[in-house]
Design a protein around this ligand. Structure first.
Ligand code: PHE
Length: 390
């Protein structure tokens, strides 16, 4: 007697178990009896036909007929049986998929050993998967140009023996300003349009939270936990309340550098940054140090590189170079010798130690290196832009 799906009146666990066992034994017997393509088609339709296949019947007779409290259990059982049948029906083809079928297959001709191995594999796997089709290629993604540039900058300094330090993006006033020699209310604070966290007024000024405006606070964290000699680079994200335009974004990235030891001089600073700029932009690039001011370095300088678009000539294709405003130089980063006042905040001995620090904007360097004309492209997540850096 061929199996027929019983109508259930008892939905208790033992009754469901018995119904399941009966169905599975029928599935076993019928799948073993498949010996030809025609058998298999009939077998498939009997179990899987949408209209009145056994799967549809158990759905109608068991699940739809189940009383409310049993619905969940019956639903799980029906789902599990569906998965099982969907797995077993294609496999039944392996019963008659003969040696000759495989040997005769134009693309699969091979040694007897290979054919047997292949046949085992086909029966073991789900036989409906056509292993001769090309695979699905998944897009693997690409490094974001900002991260790529940041890694490149960090790599240049790692090769010089620097290690990497990171610090928090939400900082206190103390680390972002005070310990870097920006006294409260000092006008130098105005150069860093700061985004403050709201509701901090009840705290003492130095404990109030803000989004760090530069990576320089990592200098302080580093010197607090490390004894000299120190040689670190600190990559990270920073925020300023700048209006968005082609070269300014309220969110951007910097790489900070700090070297403190005995006998470090401005010559070391110049040599280090000259080397770094040549490593990043090519060996023909020249550097120039222009007097500047930062509260935490003394003396301070802005570093300019010879314009990479006009080779420092200020003229390109007979017209004034737009990239360097015809000056031949492009301003790229800030630096200087660590101000002795800063050592006072971290218990370093200014009589014995000296050092230099520098900070560079990652987007600015990426814009120059890759010829990007709008900083916003880095933050819009447009795959057509990002793909180009893969
Ligand atoms: N933190 C400074 C800025 O963001 C750059 C800087 C870093 C200058 C280190 C000197 C030394 O403007």
């Amino acid at each position: 007697m061929p199996y027929t799906v019983p109508k259930l009146s008892d939905f208790s666990a033992p009754a469901l178990d018995a119904a399941m066992r009966e169905l599975l034994s029928a599935l076993d017997q019928e799948s073993a009896a498949v010996v030809s393509e025609n058998d298999w088609k009939a077998f498939r339709d009997r179990w899987m036909a949408r209209k009145n296949g056994i799967l549809t019947q158990i759905n109608d007779l068991w699940l739809k007929g189940a009383p409310g409290p049993s619905k969940r259990d019956v639903g799980q059982l029906v789902n599990a049986l569906r998965l099982l049948v969907e797995d077993r029906v294609p496999k039944a083809r392996g019963n008659f998929d003969t040696f000759e079928d495989v040997v005769g297959h134009p693309t699969l001709r091979g040694s007897v050993g290979e054919v047997i191995a292949l046949k085992r594999k086909r029966t073991a796997m789900v036989a409906s998967v056509d292993i001769t089709l090309p695979g699905i290629r998944r897009p693997i993604g690409a490094e974001h140009p900002v991260i790529k540039t940041m890694n490149e900058i960090v790599g240049v300094f790692r090769n010089l023996g620097y290690s990497v330090e990171e610090g928090p993006e939400i900082e206190t006033d103390y680390y972002n300003f005070e310990a870097l020699n920006f006294p409260p209310n000092h006008p130098a604070r105005d150069t860093q349009d700061t985004l403050f966290i709201a509701g901090q007024e009840s705290k003492p000024l130095r404990d109030r939270l803000l989004l760090r405006t530069h990576t320089s606070p990592v200098q302080i964290h580093t010197m607090q936990k490390m004894k000299p000699p120190v040689r670190v680079v600190c990559p990270g994200k920073v925020h300023r309340n700048d209006a968005l335009d082609a070269t300014h974004s309220p969110i951007f990235h910097q790489v900070e550098g700090l070297a403190v030891d005995t006998n470090i001089t401005f010559c070391d600073l110049k040599g280090t940054l000259d080397h770094a700029m040549k490593a990043l932009f090519g060996s023909s690039v020249k550097t120039r140090f222009y007097p500047s001011f930062f509260p935490f370095t003394e003396p301070s300088a802005d570093v300019q590189i010879s314009c990479i678009f006009c080779d420092g000539k200020g003229v390109r294709d007979g017209a004034p170079c737009r990239n360097c405003k015809a000056s031949g130089w492009i301003e790229l980063l800030g630096c200087g010798m660590v101000d002795p006042n800063v050592y006072g905040f971290v218990d370093y001995d200014p009589a014995r130690l000296s050092g230099f620090a520098f900070g560079m904007g990652v987007e600015r360097i990426a814009i120059l290196k890759y010829g990007v004309d709008d900083i916003e492209l880095f933050f819009q997540g447009d795959v057509r832009f990002l793909e180009q850096f893969g």
